[in-house]
Write a protein that binds this ligand. Structure first.
Ligand code: GDP
Ligand code: IMO
Ligand code: MG
Length: 421
């Protein structure tokens, strides 16, 4: 099984690359996260954003699996599938959902909002899709799973959990007047959900591997949002790293093959938390405009900054990345100079190249090296040799620093705007 994951704070372009690589695979599987993800695919003039459904869905003869590590909102699922109707996708044969995946209830979304509100200016900047509270219930061993919706007493199990949630919401004095209407939609979506292929996905994946089939695990979010290794507490609530693919699908570590690490030629972050290379002037504004850096799930403007090598080295280390894919280089076409953060400077003046962005850590200042920009468009580029020399120098510089081969460079959002090396 190969794993593809984001090495920064999410939105690196995972959806595009999974869709691009999918024809080489028999199975594409999501292993964590849920509707907080927004994975964009562009091909044949179509642009589509997927939230819970794996990005192999537009390719024929391929199984898409949603693994046990995912948290699923049935309402989002129904909307997503309805939104895909026009593409005549054969969901009966190409979409499978783990019976062990956790279910997001309407009250999980209210709790998400209540917790965020209570944090004031320390809020995480959650997507408010109910991700944190649902994982909390999973770890607390009180949550509901997909299998529960098939039980005769599902409503009773639901009511028990919602009673708990109501007492917490009451503690936070959070207004729950929307709940009845949210519940109506939720229970309709549950009926729809029952018509999907609900399976023991660990068998689906392992049997595919035993038959010599090729499986691609599709990460959501990014390593710097990992619950353990990210910029805690400004993170998401799952393990977004390679190890998460083992937990989230039931696949042994020894079965991991290639690990594809995706990164932008610069860096973005949406939501709160530290971001040492963030740019606050017109350069950052230009990046946001050129890169169309607005959230695929929430539409929020993304914070933009230069590439951060200490952070990337860290992500490569914890994930065992074997190949790098560099995304969105075209966004830097307009710049005469490109900055690269090679180190952080601590308040006492020492320079480090370790990632240290947890709460309680000292503030760090990025130390930059400046490279020449190529300052031209990449319209005619069809192969790596066509790249301007400055861009080739940027790629080589990064490869040298990161000690990992950059095997793919993406020069636009379309499936075809992909250059292999
Ligand atoms: P994901 O969450 O990692 O799948 O990434 P998103 O879909 O949230 O955000 C990536 C955005 O960049 C999407 O709008 C993509 O269509 C777009 N994109 C992907 N690759 C490229 C690229 O090489 N160049 C440009 N300009 N846009 C890209
Ligand atoms: P994809 O898969 C970028 C961020 C949120 C917030 C923090 C916690 O499209 O790359 P959560 O809703 O999980 O409780 O939010 O994580 N976040 C993402 N940022 N891309 C994502 O997914 C994200 N999913 C969550 O903005 O800061
Ligand atoms: Mg995204």
């Amino acid at each position: 099984m190969d794993v593809l994951l984001g090495l920064q704070w999410g939105d690196e372009g995972k959806g595009k690359v999974v869709d691009y690589l999918a024809p080489k695979y028999n199975v594409v599987a999501r292993f964590q996260g849920g509707p907080n993800a927004g994975h964009t695919l562009e091909f044949d003039g179509i642009k589509h954003v997927l939230h819970q459904i794996p990005s192999g869905i537009f390719r024929n003869k391929l199984k898409n699996i949603i693994g046990n590590g995912v948290v699923l909102d049935p309402v989002v699922m129904q909307k997503e599938i309805e939104g895909l109707k026009k593409f005549n996708i054969d969901f009966k044969n190409n979409l499978f959902v783990s019976k062990k995946a956790a279910i997001i209830l309407p009250t999980h979304k209210l709790l998400d909002a209540a917790y965020e509100k209570s944090k004031g200016d320390k809020k995480i900047g959650s997507t408010l899709k109910g991700i944190g509270p649902t994982y909390q219930d999973k770890i607390g061993r009180v949550g509901l799973r997909v299998a529960d919706i098939l039980a005769k007493d599902f409503k009773e199990r639901y009511d028990n959990l919602v009673d708990r949630h109501k007492s917490i919401l009451d503690f936070y004095q959070y207004n729950i007047s929307d709940l009845p209407s949210l519940e109506t939609v939720f229970f309709e979506a549950i009926e729809f959900f029952k018509t999907l292929n609900l399976v023991q996905s660990e068998y689906e994946v392992n049997e595919a591997l035993a038959e010599g089939k090729h499986v691609l695990a599709e990460g959501a979010q990014g390593s710097l949002l990992d619950i353990d290794f990210g910029s805690y507490p400004y993170v998401t609530s799952s393990n977004t790293m390679t190890a998460g693919a083992c937990n989230g699908l039931g696949v042994a570590p020894s079965r991991i093959g290639e690990v594809f690490g995706i990164f932008k030629a610069y860096c973005t972050r949406v939501g709160g938390g530290p971001f040492p290379t963030e740019i606050f002037d017109e350069v950052g504004e230009t990046m946001r405009k050129e890169g169309n850096e607005f959230g695929s799930t929430t539409g929020r403007p993304r914070r933009c900054g230069w590439i951060d090598l200490p952070a990337l080295k860290y992500s490569i280390m914890i994930n065992g990345v074997s190949q790098l894919f560099m995304m969105k280089v075209d966004v830097l076409n307009v710049f005469e100079e490109i900055k690269v953060c090679t180190h952080y400077q601590l308040p006492d003046g020492t320079k480090v190249d370790r990632f240290t962005l947890e709460q309680g850590d000292q503030e760090v200042e990025p130390v930059y090296q400046t490279l020449r920009g190529w300052n031209s468009n990449l319209f005619d580029v069809e192969k790596y040799e066509d790249f301007p020399d400055e861009l080739k120098a940027y790629v080589s510089f990064l490869e040298n620093e990161l000690k990992t081969p950059i095997k793919m460079v993406s020069v636009g959002p379309d499936r075809q705007q992909t250059i292999l090396r």
